[in-house]
Design a protein around this ligand. Structure first.
Ligand SMILES: Nc1ncnc2c1ncn2[C@@H]1O[C@H](COP(=O)(O)OP(=O)(O)O)[C@@H](O)[C@H]1O
Ligand SMILES: O=C(COP(=O)(O)O)[C@H](O)[C@H](O)COP(=O)(O)O
Length: 312
């Protein structure tokens, strides 16, 4: 899977972004589409060099490369890409401690998600597809506060303090990696709907020409409502395609885009179920067209890579 797979090594997807940018949500969604038994997911934050107590003492944040075994991560990505197993460290987000390492074998697809995945050239050279997640900053803060207070045992004041402490490192170590991505994916709230954090969020994809993106003109022509595609300039002035998908896009139009993309990868048409699910702020399963279509566009590239179209 897909049928006619050509690549004789794992396909490697990178998902990088700041804390609570939505990396694990997107990773879980894509793994679900491809089939959990065919995907190895690795969190690069497991390579933290210091536990929570040590970081409190030395003043370094988890975003600082000096706080992570970046050299070992580089070696491990290369080993996995070449089909070899690794002994992966584990950072335990509940306890803030470093746990016993785990034996990880590569699978057909490997998703590497985390804070510093594009921070060195050696790492960047290993990916087939590079995604950078950059939600609207206020939305990321809302997601982080909710997740860290409900799942990681922090108070809201502690999360806000941690965010303040990390401003410098976010700017210097995390955000510069945006420039290396093939796709920048930004969820944002519809105008005047500051409370929205889930299914009705819009998404913007900044699509760089480092990958041949699918031709979406048949579904964007004729109507601008719900899905828009425009040639624009990125923050660095370089030309990019910008795809905007509204949270209010109607089911028919979203389905038309799904049909179009799946028809471009008939070898993978059996993967169509399970797109677009996430856990909302009430801890219930919800679905979102912008998330589903984002997962689909990334899956499209992974399937093309597996078919050998992007082989280098
Ligand atoms: N696309 C999305 N739509 C709705 N909510 C999301 C989305 N992505 C993330 N979230 C919310 O934000 C929280 C943090 O996301 P998560 O995937 O854990 O971030 P990261 O792995 O980057 O730290 C999640 O618990 C989820 O509630
Ligand atoms: O920021 C991240 C990444 O997490 P994510 O991207 O999943 O939010 C760090 O790994 C933790 O915050 C570690 O610090 P601590 O455990 O002390 O908060």
């Amino acid at each position: 899977m897909p049928k006619n797979r050509k690549l004789d090594r794992p396909v490697i997807l990178g998902i990088v972004g700041d804390s609570a940018a939505g990396k694990s949500t997107l990773t879980a969604g894509i793994a679900n589409v491809l089939g959990a038994d065919r995907v190895a997911t690795i969190c690069t934050d497991d390579y933290h060099a210091y536990d929570r107590k040590e970081r409190a003492a030395n003043g370094l944040s988890a975003l600082d490369p000096r706080c992570n075994h970046v050299d070992i991560l580089e070696q491990h990505i290369r080993l996995l890409r070449d089909g070899h197993p690794i002994l992966k460290p584990i950072y335990n987000h509940s306890t803030g401690t470093l746990d016993r390492p785990e034996y990880v074998e590569p699978k057909e697809y490997i998703i590497l998600e985390g804070l510093l995945g594009y921070s060195t050239r050696a790492m960047r050279d290993c990916y087939d597809v590079k995604v950078y997640l950059e939600p609207e900053e206020d939305l990321r803060v809302a997601w982080k506060i909710h997740r860290d207070t409900t799942k990681r045992g922090y108070t809201e004041e502690q999360v806000i303090k941690q965010l303040e402490h990390r401003v410098h490192d976010s700017e210097h170590f995390i955000r510069p990696q945006r420039t290396f991505a093939d796709m920048v994916v930004s969820f944002y709230r519809p105008e005047g709907q500051g409370e929205e954090t889930g299914a009705k969020l819009n998404v913007r994809h900044t699509l760089r020409p480092t990958l041949p993106h699918p031709d979406l003109t048949p579904i964007v022509e004729g109507s601008k409502h719900g899905i828009r595609l425009e040639l624009a300039r990125d923050t660095d002035g370089k030309p990019v395609d910008v795809l905007d998908i509204s949270g209010e896009v109607d089911d028919r139009r979203a389905m038309a885009m799904e049909d179009l993309v799946w028809n471009l990868i008939p070898e993978a048409s059996h993967l169509r179920d399970n797109l677009g699910r996430f856990t909302d702020v009430n801890n219930t399963q919800a679905t979102s067209h912008p998330l589903a279509l984002s997962q689909l566009l990334i899956t499209y590239h992974l399937v093309k890579a597996a078919l050998g179209h992007y082989a280098v």
